[in-house]
Design a protein around this ligand. Structure first.
Ligand code: ADP
Ligand code: MG
Length: 246
């Protein structure tokens, strides 16, 4: 089953008299284990699409299903529950709380899950370990580099063991070496722990590390740019012998 499915999803914003179309009839799906980058120039609809994937906003038209459930039909409580059980979010500006240690920052989302303190600590330790920051549990955000802070933000997104991690331009405030190392970290988590990621970036250099690149232009998905669709089409063609040159 797909984790998230879009069927002909459009999103329009009203600005006084003006209507802005941010997404136009987008068909899209994320399956378990996917590693997807959304690309496209500024204003192409990346943030809008991530907000819709994360159920932070409703579409104007079309249908969105999360874990098979049509989002439009859920009441607020069911939607809250679905959100907290499904998603982890990495914020662009880390959003770490300055007076809390790395461990405490990572444990924060677990308060909503009402776990015993010992279990919260155990999970937070494990999440920090999986991003290579075991030695930094007691450090405050100020005592960490930008790249390390972003790793803490990744650990915080992982700690609830979400089905899908979303990140809107997670590398935007990093230098290029830290940006690359963040993408490699996410890629390793994807490969080794089957964590599913959808993130946006307009950094072309990062895309060679991504399994599936989905490109937006003026709110439309460039179907031909979805590298996974290509791969599937190619393998079908191969299986049926269509790609053979006579
Ligand atoms: P990106 O993240 O690729 O830069 P966005 O999803 O933020 O693109 O924006 C897509 C389009 O929707 C842009 O034209 C933007 O101005 C418009 N837009 C986004 N959010 C709003 C909003 N809350 N109100 C009005 N227009 C918006
Ligand atoms: Mg954006």
């Amino acid at each position: 089953m797909n984790l998230v499915e879009f069927k002909s999803v459009s999103k329009r914003y009203r600005l006084g008299e003006l209507e802005v179309t941010a997404l136009e009839q987008v068909d899209f799906a994320v399956a378990r284990g996917d590693f997807v980058a959304l690309t496209g120039p500024s204003g192409s609809g990346k943030t809008t699409m991530l907000n819709l994937i994360g159920c932070l906003d409703y579409p104007s038209d079309g249908e969105i299903r999360v874990l098979g459930q049509p989002v439009n039909q859920l009441d607020d409580r069911s939607l809250d529950r679905l959100r907290s059980q499904t998603y982890g979010i990495i914020f662009q500006n880390f959003n770490l709380i300055p007076v809390l240690t790395a461990l405490e920052n990572v444990a924060l989302p677990l308060y909503l899950h009402k776990l015993p303190k010992s279990e919260m600590d155990r999970r937070a330790h494990r999440a920090l370990e999986s991003v290579g920051l075991s030695r930094f549990t007691d450090f405050l955000p100020d005592q960490l580099s930008g790249g390390q802070r972003q790793r803490v933000a990744v650990a915080r997104a992982l700690v609830t063991e979400p089905k899908l991690i979303l990140a809107d331009e997670p590398t935007a405030s990093l230098d290029s070496a830290s940006a690359l190392s963040l993408v490699e970290l996410m890629k390793n988590l994807n490969r080794e722990q089957q964590v599913t990621f959808v993130f946006s970036t307009h950094d072309q250099r990062l895309l060679s590390h991504v399994d599936r690149v989905v490109e937006l232009r003026d709110g439309c998905l460039m179907a031909a740019a979805d590298t996974q669709l290509h791969a599937e089409a190619d393998s079908t063609a191969m299986a049926t012998g269509e790609s053979e040159v006579a």
